[in-house]
Ligand binder design. Structure first.
Ligand code: PLP
Length: 235
């Protein structure tokens, strides 16, 4: 299959799952995670209709976004203080903010570039040691930290589910959706209006994520890898 065929299949199935769950068929943005490919593959993806790309290394984000500035670039990787300025320069949405001491740095970088940086807070719903992110009960406090800065806008939450079990993944996504709903209900309306995104679901579990309310899925191998093996069909 070509990128275009894989992308069209993902989009069509995504719409079908939305409809099956009573959601707007266009409620989900597919971010093509391009971290393992170069500019030629990204150009092929653009020709096939993909316009939102995800990168997990600041240097790769910078070089690819500088080469293809008309695309929407998402930063989904680990954040280091000294890379924040570079991330802010190129990212339309940062999915992976969770450290309170990074917020002031994002604010300062965004202010100096004359932008408001849209961010998601990464939550470690599953509690796996290997995963980064806020514990669910720490998110409210992190929101309070972010509220002190006018150049950082929290647009929602992000998580990564444990791999290998569709039921476990679905439960993890349901928990993130519930947490977001509870937090939004307690928010000042001026902040709540922007708090709408749930970034959840990757190649192996994006269907479960869409069924549980994902508004953004981050898909790498299932779009870019010719030999990607579907782990399980949708039940
Ligand atoms: C690599 C990556 C993805 C995409 O993973 P695939 O399994 O290739 O779809 C999604 N989110 C994050 C944070 C990643 O690092």
């Amino acid at each position: 299959m070509s990128f275009r065929e894989r992308y069209d299949l993902v989009k069509a199935e995504c719409e079908a799952i939305c409809v099956a769950h009573g959601r707007d068929p266009h409620a989900v943005k597919v971010v093509a995670v391009s971290k393992t490919v170069g500019l030629p593959e990204i150009e092929t993806a653009i020709a096939a209709g993909a316009h939102a790309f995800g990168e997990n290394r600041p240097d790769m984000l910078a070089s690819k976004a500088a080469a293809l500035p008309d695309q929407e670039w998402h930063f989904i990787g680990n954040i280091q203080s000294r890379k924040i300025e570079e991330i802010v320069r190129f990212a339309s949405l940062v999915h992976s903010l969770y450290q309170p001491h990074h917020v002031a740095k994002f604010d300062a970088a965004a202010a100096s570039l004359g932008k408001v940086q849209n961010v998601l807070l990464e939550v470690n719903v599953s509690g796996e040691q290997s995963k980064s992110g806020l514990a669910p009960d720490q998110v409210a406090l992190m929101l309070e930290v972010c509220e002190q800065y006018s150049h950082v806008r929290v647009c929602g939450l992000m998580t990564m589910a444990p791999q290998g079990n569709a039921d476990v993944a679905r439960d993890c996504f349901a928990q993130l959706a519930l947490l977001a709903k509870q937090l939004k209900a307690g928010m000042d309306p001026a902040k709540a209006q922007y708090f709408n995104e749930l970034s959840m679901g990757m190649s192996e579990d994006w269907r479960e994520a869409v069924s549980q309310g994902a508004t953004i899925v981050r898909i790498g191998r299932a779009l870019f890898a010719e030999d990607f093996d579907e782990p399980h069909a949708q039940g």
